[in-house]
Design a protein around this ligand. Structure first.
Ligand code: ADP
Ligand code: GLC
Length: 485
C-alpha cells in the first residue's frame, strides 16, 4: 500500500537552503518514493519560494492562522508535490528564513513557526479537500509544534494521524518565554511538562519530542550522544525517558546533485577510475582563491563558521597547516570573530590561504571536486553532509570523532590501511593539538600517492545513497501507522 506522508520543514533544496536540513528535506521525497511512500513537502512562503512557485493555485484558506490570514498554494518540488503557506504578515519579508538582513532573529519567530505548525497539523488531519495523509513528519524546532497541535488541539472532524519528529540539531530548540503560551491556541492543559512547557518557557523542539509518536535523529552515534548532558543541551532527560522511541537514521546524499561524474559545476568530471582528471579542478580552485600552484595538498572548507563546526580551532592551526606545506581554500560564513581570524590568516599567508566569506552553491561543489582533503573538526555533528560529499568526490575528509562523522568516516589507522578500508582521518578531540596532528597525518599520507589514492577510491566506493535510510524511514512510518490501528 502506498503511504502518504506530509513532510514539514522550514527549508528544502533547491528552493530555500541555509544548511543540511534543506538537503535532507529536498532529497526525502525521491528517497521515499523508492519505498512506496508519497511525500508531500510543506514549506513557509518566503519570497524566494513564492517567486520559484510562480502562478500557483490556492487549495485552502485560513481566515486567521494564529491571527494572520493565510492561503495554501500547491506546486512541485522537482517531481513531487509541494504545499506552501502564503501568509504575507509572517513570511513576506526580505532577509533569511529565521533572521533579518543583519542576522538578528525575527522577534516573532514563535508566531511564524507556530502558525506554520498549526497549518501543518490541519493539513495532516485532512483539512484540504482531496489531500489525505497517513502520517506527518516534522523536522527540527520550526516544525516542533506540529505533534503538539495534532495531539492537544486536533482539527475538528479531522483524521488522527501519527507523527515523527526528526532532530537535525539539538542546539537549536526554539525556546520562547512562557507568556506566549496563551496565544498558541492550545488548551490550558498543554501547559505542563508533559505538554509544551519547558524550563518555564515554551520549547518548540521539546514539544515535538514530547508528543510525537517517534523521535529520530540523523545518525546512530548522535542518537546515543543526546542522552548525555553535553549533547542533550537540557533535553537529555526527555531523550532518556522516551529512549524506546528514539531512532538514529543516517542521512543519505542526493546523488543527482552530488556525483562527480555528472556535476555541472566542475571544470572536469571524473570517476574513481579517472582520478587524474581532478587536477584540472584543483587548478580551478587555486585560480579562484588566488593560491600558488604546487604539488602539496590543498585543504578545503565548506562550512558555517561557528563554534559547533570547530572553526575557531581550525583558525588556530593555520600556521601549522601552511608550515608543513599545505594550502587552504575556505568557503563559509558565520561568526564575525571567526571570519576575521580567517581573513587575518589569509593576509599572513598570501598565496597559501584563500578565504571566501559568503554562500555559494556552485563553489561548494568545485571545492569538493578540486580539494585534496576537507576539514570538518566539529564539536558536535548530528550527521554532517560535507564529509559525505567529500567521500563521494575523492576529497578525503578529516573529521572529529563525533555524531555522523564518527559513523561515516573510517580512520586511516594502520589496521584500516592494511585492510584497504580506510576512507579518511579522524581526530580524537577538538583542540589545536589534535587537529594539528590530524593535518600532519594527512600531509604524510598525501605524500604516499598509492595509499592516498586508495583512500580516495575507498571513499568513492562507499554507498551513501538514500537506499538503506529511505527503507528505515518507511519501516518506521509503517510501524507507527499500524500501532495507531
Ligand atoms: P549544517 O547543516 O550543520 O550546516 P551539513 O554538513 O549537514 O551542516 O550541511 C551543510 C550544507 O550546507 C552542505 O550542503 C554544504 O555544502 C552547504 N554549505 C555550508 N556552507 C556553505 C557555503 N558557504 N556555501 C555553499 N554551501 C555551503
Ligand atoms: C543539521 C546538522 C547536520 C546535519 C543536518 C541535516 O544542520 O548540524 O549535522 O547533517 O542538520 O540533517
Amino acid at each position: 500500500m502506498t503511504l502518504k506522508v506530509l513532510s514539514v520543514a522550514s527549508e528544502a533544496a533547491p528552493l530555500v537552503k541555509t544548511g543540511g536540513l534543506a538537503d535532507v528535506a529536498g532529497a526525502l521525497p525521491a528517497a521515499l518514493a523508492a519505498q512506496g511512500v508519497d511525500v508531500t513537502t510543506f514549506l513557509p512562503g518566503y519570497p524566494a519560494v513564492l517567486a520559484r512557485l510562480g502562478k500557483a493555485k490556492a487549495v485552502h484558506k485560513w481566515g486567521a492562522l494564529l491571527g494572520s490570514p493565510a492561503r495554501l498554494l500547491a506546486g512541485k518540488l522537482g517531481e513531487h508535490p509541494l504545499l506552501v503557506l502564503d501568509a504575507p504578515a509572517l513570511f513576506g519579508r526580505e532577509g533569511g528564513p529565521y533572521t533579518d538582513a543583519s542576522g538578528k532573529d525575527w522577534d516573532d519567530n514563535w508566531r511564524r513557526f507556530a502558525a506554520f505548525a498549526r497549518a501543518a497539523a490541519d493539513i495532516g488531519a485532512g483539512a484540504v479537500k482531496g489531500r489525505s495523509f497517513d502520517l506527518v513528519h516534522a523536522h527540527d524546532w520550526q516544525a516542533g509544534m506540529v505533534p503538539a497541535y495534532l495531539r492537544l488541539a486536533p482539527l475538528e472532524g479531522g483524521r488522527p494521524v501519527p507523527s515523527v519528529i526528526t532532530i537535525h540539531n539539538m542546539a537549536f530548540q526554539g525556546y520562547f518565554p512562557g507568556d506566549i503560551f496563551p496565544q498558541l491556541g492550545l488548551p490550558p492543559s498543554a501547559w505542563t511538562v508533559d505538554g509544551v512547557e519547558s524550563y518555564g518557557g515554551v520549547g518548540f523542539l521539546k514539544a515535538g519530542m514530547q508528543l510525537a509518536d517517534a523521535i529520530t535523529t540523523v545518525s546512530p552515534t548522535y542518537a546515543g550522544e543526546i542522552r548525555s548532558v553535553e549533547f542533550g543541551m537540557g533535553l537529555e532527560g526527555l531523550v532518556l525517558a522516551r529512549s524506546n522511541r528514539v531512532h538514529g537514521i543516517l542521512n543519505g546524499i542526493d546523488t543527482a546533485e552530488w556525483s562527480p561524474a555528472i556535476d555541472p559545476h566542475l571544470a572536469a568530471r571524473y570517476t574513481g577510475g579517472k582520478l587524474a582528471a581532478r587536477a584540472k579542478n584543483k587548478r580551478a580552485v587555486e585560480r579562484e582563491f588566488g593560491l600558488e600552484r604546487d604539488d602539496g595538498p590543498l585543504f578545503v572548507v565548506v562550512s558555517r563558521l561557528t563554534w559547533q563546526k570547530g572553526m575557531d580551532v581550525l583558525a588556530e592551526v593555520l600556521d601549522h597547516l601552511v608550515g608543513i606545506g599545505g594550502r587552504l581554500a575556505l568557503l563559509g560564513s558565520g561568526d564575525a570573530e571567526i571570519e576575521a581570524a580567517f581573513h587575518a590568516a589569509a593576509v599572513r599567508h598570501p598565496g597559501r590561504i584563500g578565504v571566501r566569506i559568503g554562500y555559494d552553491e556552485p563553489l561548494a561543489h568545485a571545492l569538493q571536486g578540486g580539494g585534496d582533503a576537507i576539514l570538518i573538526p566539529s564539536r558536535f555533528e548530528p550527521c554532517g553532509l560535507t564529509q559525505l560529499y567529500g567521500l563521494a568526490y575523492g576529497c578525503v575528509p578529516i573529521v572529529s570523532r563525533t555524531g555522523g562523522l564518527a559513523d561515516t568516516v573510517i580512520d586511516a589507522n594502520p589496521a584500516a590501511l592494511a585492510a584497504g578500508v580506510a576512507t579518511g582521518i579522524q581526530i580524537n578531540a577538538v583542540n589545536a593539538g589534535a587537529l594539528a596532528m590530524g593535518i600532519s597525518r594527512a600531509v604524510e599520507l598525501y605524500h604516499r600517492p598509492a595509499e592516498w589514492k586508495r583512500l580516495q577510491k575507498s571513499g568513492m566506493k562507499a554507498d551513501f545513497s538514500w537506499g538503506a535510510s529511505g527503507a528505515a524511514y518507511a519501516a518506521l512510518y509503517r510501524q507507527l501507522i499500524e500501532e495507531q490501528g
